[in-house]
Design a protein around this ligand. Structure first.
Ligand SMILES: Nc1ncnc2c1ncn2[C@@H]1O[C@H](COP(=O)(O)OP(=O)(O)OP(=O)(O)O)[C@@H](O)[C@H]1O
Ligand SMILES: [Mg+2]
Length: 371
């Protein structure tokens, strides 16, 4: 049995409660499926590892498989890996030579049944916890097999834990995989992981050996949206000391914008410069795009989890300040200067221009336009 995890788990009490109940039910023969979803770095794998560790303490046998995003894995991967860990070489052979055919393929159904029997047999001895990590990087057949097992094993001692990234809909995701994930999770419990709250971020900071100052914590929570990967990276890179966004983090963040074309990105840069989506007419005027395009891009960014209401102010903006900073930093300086000038002019022309809030915003944009 491996030793304690190098990164102690912080927070996630609500999710752990649900997962403990699922483990308890599975150990009593009422198996099921739990899906953990959320953006990259939010802690899906870490939470799954925690659940596996707790399951092992309860006497479960673990089997862990991961989707392989780089291509070239055999059809139905990672089920071969999972069955091998369950010690069923014969079941692995059943999957070998499986070709990806249509859903009505009777041969495939027979194979699925055979796999179901193999898993049921293993679970008759000791309860099982099976993890399919990064399920967005598997094929449709692998997800269909997961669904078949979740249905056929609901009276077996099996907890099937599936994790997948929520920024589905990005260009990398095949539509049939997205549909299959939706179908799969409809049969189980879906837990969407959100950012850690400020108290949890404080714990991560104190574990890192930095004395947590209250103002730093609020800034760190705002910059990272409580995304644990970003919190760890920001601390390691000293982002609170006002260093630029580290390049590794910037690459990770900007990769989430890959599905957006150039014109759409320019709208998102405008939102980043303005600091919030707020008034669509203002975003349209500053970016030069139509209001309809602004609305459509914001809607897509919203469903990809890139835009989100701020938990304190309620104003919608980027899910984390680091993403906003990364977007702004990769834009050419003259483009940004022109944007700030237009933002100041547009705000000054509004009837609300003399309110204290507007005066501060206009001054901010004028200062950056002159920089
Ligand atoms: N609750 C937590 N407490 C402390 N650290 C955490 C927590 N959740 C995640 N981390 C750490 O943050 C980093 C990212 O977490 P993890 O790899 O689990 O994210 P993920 O959601 O699986 O991302 P991906 O979509 O890229 O697979 C890891 O270093 C992990 O140890
Ligand atoms: Mg992961």
């Amino acid at each position: 049995m491996p030793g304690p995890h190098p990164t102690p788990l912080v927070g996630r009490a609500r999710e752990l409660d649900v997962l403990e109940v699922a483990l308890d039910s599975a150990s009593r023969g009422f198996g099921g499926l739990v899906a953990l979803t959320g953006e990259a770095g939010i802690g899906k794998t870490r939470l799954a590892e925690e659940v596996v560790a707790r399951a092992c303490e309860l006497g479960f046998v673990p089997a862990w498989g991961s989707g392989w995003p780089e291509g070239g894995s055999p059809p139905l991967w990672p089920w071969q890996d999972i069955l091998e860990q369950l010690g069923d070489a014969e079941a692995v052979r059943v999957l070998d030579g499986h070709a990806e055919r249509d859903a009505l393929d009777p041969e495939r159904f027979a194979r699925f049944r055979r796999i179901g029997q193999a898993v049921a047999k293993a679970a008759s001895e000791r309860p099982l916890i099976i993890v399919v990590d990064d399920a967005q990087a598997t094929d449709r057949g692998a997800l269909l097999l997961a669904r078949f097992l979740a249905r056929s094993l609901h009276r077996a001692k099996v907890l099937l834990l599936v994790t997948y990234r929520i920024d589905l809909g990005s260009a990398a995701d095949a539509p049939e995989v997205v549909d299959a994930l939706v179908d799969l999770t409809a049969d189980g419990t879906r837990l969407e992981l959100r950012g850690l709250d400020e108290a949890d971020v404080a714990e991560v900071v104190s574990r890192s050996g930095r004395p947590p100052a209250a103002s730093d914590l609020a800034a760190l929570r705002q910059l990272t949206g409580g995304n644990p990967l970003l919190v760890h990276e920001a601390l390691a890179a000293g982002v609170l000391d006002h260093s630029p966004v580290p390049s590794r983090v910037r690459r990770l963040l900007l990769s989430r914008l890959a599905p957006f074309g150039e014109a759409e990105r320019s709208i998102l840069v405008t939102v980043a410069v303005l600091g919030a989506t707020g008034d669509e007419n203002l975003v349209a005027a500053v970016s030069g795009a139509s209001v309809a395009s602004v609305r459509a891009v914001c809607e897509r960014a919203r469903s990809a989890g890139l835009l989100r209401p701020d938990p304190v102010s309620g104003h919608e903006g980027f899910a984390h300040g680091l993403l906003r900073d990364a977007l702004v930093e990769q834009e050419d300086a003259p483009v940004l200067t022109a944007m700030h000038r237009r933002a100041a002019d547009e705000l000054a022309a509004l009837p609300s221009a003399s309110t204290p809030e507007a005066v501060t915003r206009i001054a901010h944009h004028r200062a950056l336009a002159a920089a």
